[in-house]
Design a protein around this ligand. Structure first.
Ligand code: SF4
Length: 448
């Protein structure tokens, strides 16, 4: 539970020096309580207060990192039951299963194929993040060898799946540098797995046969000092797993039960015998709170819908997706190339730039910051007015890049052309098509 403004105020220096940007410590405390300020803005807050505030402001569901560097996967850290209440922060990790005993050449082939499954969408790179390596035949050496290979030769993060403590320990010799998730501590091995995860500073999955049994295992592990846990309630059927997922999300958020305040790992690969059904189950679990879903294989036709669903579920509904304001070059423009202007709503940018690219006409595309609004909405809100667009064009620096003085505006914003020409003396404002799909023909016909 977060602290109130008054509780935070009691921990601040109370000197009202104003260095944090507001005149009083009380005002700063209120801003902190409503997440409008960062604690770092006060240079005088004590270490003790920092610790207390960090603890109190931690999300009820712990954020757990698997992997290192830019490819590290963060799961958990969620603060709401439903996306429309605020947003979901950390997208579900998608993993494919590999079992020990696989020939080295086959593993190479799989990793290479899976790595190629990356998709560009609204300027983002969509791809799966994890390989779950399962020890199926007690072959510790084979498990360690495959773990090392995946860690060293691929960009995937790793889930090491064995309940055999010795096999887990041996595998870590070759892959601990990649910060894998250890799966799993159970009632039988909890002391050994807990100690190993603590000693190596690695995240640990906890598996039980029910949510109740999970709680007692988690209590034991947190008592040992472990913080980065991932939960598996053991259910392998759709309905009970769905219920467990809801219970595990609800408990820390609604009842303050920190024992369940961790992300979950789920196994569609153990719940169906074909990839299409697994994909349906994974889709349900992405929508309903899974931190990780493990499927038996990555195939484009199954993976792509999951990636797209995940993108939608984890996009902040309060903030439109935007691109940065500026001048974009499409098809290698020169000083005689046409100049087009539009808004910085991601979808607008990608549709317009895609059509220009398809036209093969070298062009300059000016993207104006309209806080992520599309052309019509920005125009209606006064953010894409003739004055504003004219002033943006002036400041953009495009006049130094082209030898002409013509600018093409979206057809839906035709009414701003007069004000724009007043703001941009010497420029001719050309009204472009209303529909982006007509841009290629428009450019080819009218820009000779
Ligand atoms: Fe108070 Fe710190 Fe802000 Fe100064 S910088 S007013 S001490 S909160």
């Amino acid at each position: 539970m977060g602290l109130t403004g008054i509780q935070i105020f009691k921990l601040l220096p109370k000197t009202n020096c104003g260095e944090c940007g507001v005149p009083t410590c009380l005002a700063f405390a209120m801003n902190l309580a409503s997440a409008k300020a960062e604690l770092d803005a006060c240079p005088y807050v004590s270490e003790e207060a920092k610790e207390k505030l960090a603890e109190a402001s931690a999300p009820p569901i712990r954020q757990v990192a698997i992997g290192v560097g830019t490819r590290a996967l963060r799961i958990g850290g969620e603060t709401v039951m439903f996306r429309h209440e605020k947003t979901f922060y950390n997208p579900t990790g998608i993993a494919a299963l590999v079992k020990t005993g696989i020939a080295s050449a086959d593993l190479d082939k799989k990793l290479k194929g899976w790595n190629a499954l990356q998709y560009e969408r609204v300027g983002l790179n969509l791809r799966p993040e994890l390989v779950a390596l399962q020890d199926v035949n007690g072959d510790g050496a084979g498990f360690a060898e495959a773990a090392k290979k995946i860690a060293e030769e691929s960009e995937f993060n790793l889930v090491l799946m064995t309940e055999n403590f010795e096999a887990m320990k041996a595998a870590l010799n070759g892959c601990a540098f990649k910060k894998p998730l250890l799966y799993a501590a159970t009632a039988k091995n909890v002391d050994q797995m807990g100690s190993l995860a603590k000693e190596r500073g690695l995240p640990l999955a906890v598996k039980a046969e029910s949510v109740e049994k999970l709680i007692s295992l988690v209590d034991k592990l947190t008592g040992m000092g472990l913080k980065d846990l991932v939960l598996d309630s053991g259910s392998r059927e759709a309905k009970p797993l769905f219920q467990d997922q809801v219970v595990i999300r609800r408990a820390p958020l609604k009842a303050g039960n920190r024992a369940l305040g961790f992300p979950t790992i789920t196994f569609p690969c153990e719940m169906a015998n074909n990839l299409d059904v697994e994909t349906l189950l994974a889709a349900m679990l992405i929508a309903k709170y899974a931190g990780i879903v493990v499927v038996s294989d990555f195939k484009g036709e199954n993976l792509f819908p999951l990636l797209l669903e995940r993108l939608n579920v984890f996009t902040d509904p309060q903030r439109p997706m935007t691109v940065t304001q500026g001048i974009y070059e499409v098809n290698g423009p020169n000083k005689n190339s046409p100049v087009l202007v539009t808004t910085n709503f991601s979808l607008t940018y990608f549709i317009v730039s895609g059509e220009i690219e398809g036209s093969r006409v070298p062009s300059w595309l000016l993207i104006m910051d309209t806080e992520g609004l599309s052309v019509m909405t920005a125009w209606a809100a006064g953010k894409f007015s003739g004055d504003a667009v004219g002033s943006f064009v002036k400041k953009s620096g495009i006049a130094d890049k082209v030898a002409h003085r013509k600018i093409i505006i979206p057809g839906y914003a035709a009414s701003i052309s007069g004000d724009m020409e007043e703001e941009l003396p010497g420029w001719q404002v050309v009204i472009g098509p209303r529909d982006a799909s007509l841009i290629p023909k428009f450019l080819r016909d009218s820009w000779k």
